[in-house]
Design a protein around this ligand. Structure first.
Ligand SMILES: CCCCC/C=C/C(=O)SCCNC(=O)CCNC(=O)[C@H](O)C(C)(C)COP(=O)(O)OP(=O)(O)OC[C@H]1O[C@@H](n2cnc3c(N)ncnc32)[C@H](O)[C@@H]1OP(=O)(O)O
Length: 359
């Protein structure tokens, strides 16, 4: 069976995460297959003799002749899968003694007491989510879904849980321009949120401090949300010229009722932990001074419950609306792709950077 568009898009994202540089020859192959899969046979004029890099790329693409798009897509997926397994097997020699998982630059992942903890680890930037971080989180969730833990926990290192999307993501524009950037970001967003929708085990957020943007919206897809009384919950989408994501356009009205969801998602009302608890977004609030101790004692007890029963219960609860959530995620991502190209959004991002520049 040929690779579907989703396999292809996921392979495109995986390439950026390869731990080892695959070398120029393989990179040219990847480039050529990508172009063939997305645009078909080479259709651009041959670059000049001295434009060495672009000529090598053109030659690689042109050499694929009339290879059908679907075959190119499949070959791309196969090539990436081969690259991934060789880079995985080269990292298997690492000693297992340390429970901290290697291979993540932006996360700290540990497993203890049948709990896998995924900690966002950019405290100096308030755990703002970079493109690399979204990708590492997806990989971490995939690994956690298959490891022998019973529950998976998300938390933040430092004084913030997360300040949401790293606004510098908007400044890294690819050769295809802002349209390509918006398209890639929408694919990344959809894939990222899909991982939360499909995650098979109980997923717990330990919200250690303020949470902004997407780190708030995806809470609607978690099974438990424990918050320190220092935490706040803020979704300033209109201020940023943006619209809700993480399925919050559906989960928030369902959790807190339409009136309260509108206050957050359209008017950007920031909630205290107590307010978020009163509105059903948070399961329980703890005093900051005893937060870690109380939460981890509770989670350790939960993690000893029979694993299969917990996982099957989660599936029953989630399966009722999985399809709906995927459709909502796709729609929210599509709408955001347009918003990111709007003057409102671009001006808001520029405002953030000019405010920083004035400090
Ligand atoms: C591809 C998928 C896209 C999904 C769509 C997602 C949408 C969202 O998540 S929308 C929400 C986006 N987030 C924000 O708008 C927050 C922006 N940040 C702030 O407003 C503030 O930084 C703060 C309120 C979070 C914290 O303020 P403060 O306590 O005054 O701390 P600093 O501003 O000095 O922050 C320290 C350091 O961290 C940098 N930083 C913090 N958050 C972000 C961010 N979201 N993006 C980029 N950079 C961030 C901040 O600039 C400071 O950096 P330095 O000046 O270099 O120290």
């Amino acid at each position: 069976m040929g690779a579907c568009q989703k396999d292809f898009e996921s392979a495109v994202n995986q390439v950026k995460l390869l731990k080892k540089d695959p070398g120029n020859e393989v990179k040219l192959k990847l480039y050529a297959l990508y172009k063939q899969a997305t645009e078909g046979a080479c259709n651009t004029p041959k670059p000049g003799l001295f434009d060495l890099i672009n000529k090598a790329k053109w030659d690689a693409w042109n050499a694929l002749g009339n290879l059908p798009k679907e075959t190119a897509r499949q070959n791309y997926v196969d090539l990436v899968s081969g690259l991934r397994s060789s880079s995985d097997s080269s990292s298997q020699v690492k000693p297992e003694a340390d429970k901290k998982r290697a291979g993540y630059d932006t996360l700290v992942i540990t497993s203890e007491d049948c709990i896998t903890k995924i900690m966002l680890n950019r405290p100096a930037k308030k755990n703002a989510l970079t493109t690399q971080m979204y990708r590492e989180i997806m990989l971490a969730l995939e690994a956690a879904s298959k490891d022998d833990s019973t529950i998976t926990v998300f938390t933040g290192n430092g004084d913030y849980y997360s300040s949401g999307n790293d606004l510098t993501n908007f400044t890294d524009i690819p050769p295809g321009g802002i349209e390509e950037k918006a398209k890639n970001s929408a694919i990344l967003l959809r894939d990222f949120v899909d991982c939360f929708i499909d995650f098979p085990k109980p997923l717990v957020a330990v919200v250690n401090g303020p949470a902004v943007g997407i780190s708030v919206t995806i809470l609607g897809l978690f099974d438990l949300v424990y918050a320190s009384d220092r935490a706040t919950f803020h979704t300033p989408f209109s201020h940023l010229g943006q619209t809700p994501e993480g399925c919050s356009s559906y989960t928030f009205p369902k959790i807190m009722g339409p009136a309260k969801a509108v206050e957050m998602l359209i008017f950007g009302k920031k909630l205290t932990a107590g307010e978020a608890y009163a509105q059903g977004l948070v399961t329980e609030v703890f005093p900051d001074s005893t937060f870690q101790k109380e939460v981890w004692t509770r989670l350790k007890a939960y993690s000893k419950l029979p694993q299969n029963a917990m996982h099957i219960s989660k599936q029953i609860i989630r399966n009722h609306e999985k399809e709906k959530l995927h459709a909502i995620n796709a729609e929210e991502s599509r709408i955001l792709q347009e918003r990111w190209l709007s003057d409102e959004c671009m001006n808001a991002v520029m405002d953030f950077f000019s405010r920083k520049a004035k400090l």
